[in-house]
Write a protein that binds this ligand. Structure first.
Ligand code: ATP
Length: 238
């Protein structure tokens, strides 16, 4: 017996003027699982995740989160209900301190954030060391850890991650994937969007492969990785 999915997306279409970036995409995310959407640059991954998080309004389709229709709910109202996005491109506030950035992650929860900020310092010691420094002084990898930690301070039921490994050195990419594994192990449901398809599928329970705005393959992540035709057509050489 399958549990109800925490996220269900049906026939989602996203367009920018006349450009249809996403066409009739359907997928779901079971509670406690890590699901990844993989695909090349421009495949429509960011458009999907931004529609789910309420940053973009879909042209058509339906998005259900935790039993509620959130198709037209704006992002700022979703954070409080547990749907939290780690944005693409390390959007920290450079002139604020590391700690101030973390506090922003919990603005909707008021005083209860102190404990989760402490928890983040335990999980990311480098952020504890630099807590009083402007976030702009952190390295790229540290800034990525900060955006992830800031999202976790909001105590997400579903964490949306948009290309967390983008533009990072290989060693830092390893660290980011370690953190993703830990987040999943701690029971947080994750929807991960990645160009780095193999890495994402190795971390995931279930995967969807996107090409030109459509889902061209889906299945348990291990099966997608073992399918030579899919690997050759969409995952490229390592
Ligand atoms: P990337 O890895 O580059 O973020 P992606 O898979 O996330 O790629 P999207 O960013 O969702 O893909 O883009 C899908 C399509 O929509 C692309 O053809 C892109 O050029 C187009 N697109 C994205 N944003 C806009 C926009 N603001 N205006 C017009 N077209 C857009």
């Amino acid at each position: 017996i399958m549990a109800d999915p925490i996220l269900e997306v049906r026939d989602l279409t996203v367009s920018y003027g006349r450009v249809e970036a996403v066409r009739n995409v359907s997928f779901s995310v079971e509670e406690g699982s890590l699901v990844t959407l993989v695909g090349a640059n421009g495949a429509g991954k960011s458009s999907i995740i931004n529609a789910v998080s309420g940053i973009l309004r879909p042209r058509s389709g339906k998005i259900n989160f935790a039993g509620r229709d959130i198709t037209r709910t704006p992002a700022h109202r979703l954070v409080g209900s547990g749907l939290v996005q780690v944005p693409e491109g390390r959007q920290i506030l450079a002139t604020l301190t590391v700690e101030e950035n973390l506090r922003l992650g919990g603005w909707h929860r008021g005083r209860t954030t102190a404990a989760s900020i402490g928890e983040m310092y335990g999980r990311f010691p480098v952020l504890a060391e630099r807590r009083s420094l402007p976030a702009g002084t952190l390295s790229g990898g540290e800034q990525q850890m900060l955006t992830i930690a800031r999202a976790l301070v909001a105590r997400p039921k579903l964490l949306l991650m948009d290309e967390p490994s983008m533009g990072l050195a290989p060693k830092i990419v390893d660290e980011v994937f370690d953190v993703i594994h830990e987040i999943r192990a701690s029971g947080t449901t994750v929807l991960l969007v990645e160009q780095n398809a193999r890495r994402a599928l190795r971390a995931a329970d279930h995967g969807y492969v996107l090409a030109s705005g459509e889902i061209v393959a889906e299945g348990p992540a291990v099966e997608l990785l073992a399918d030579d035709a899919i690997v050759q057509a969409y995952l490229g050489i390592e």
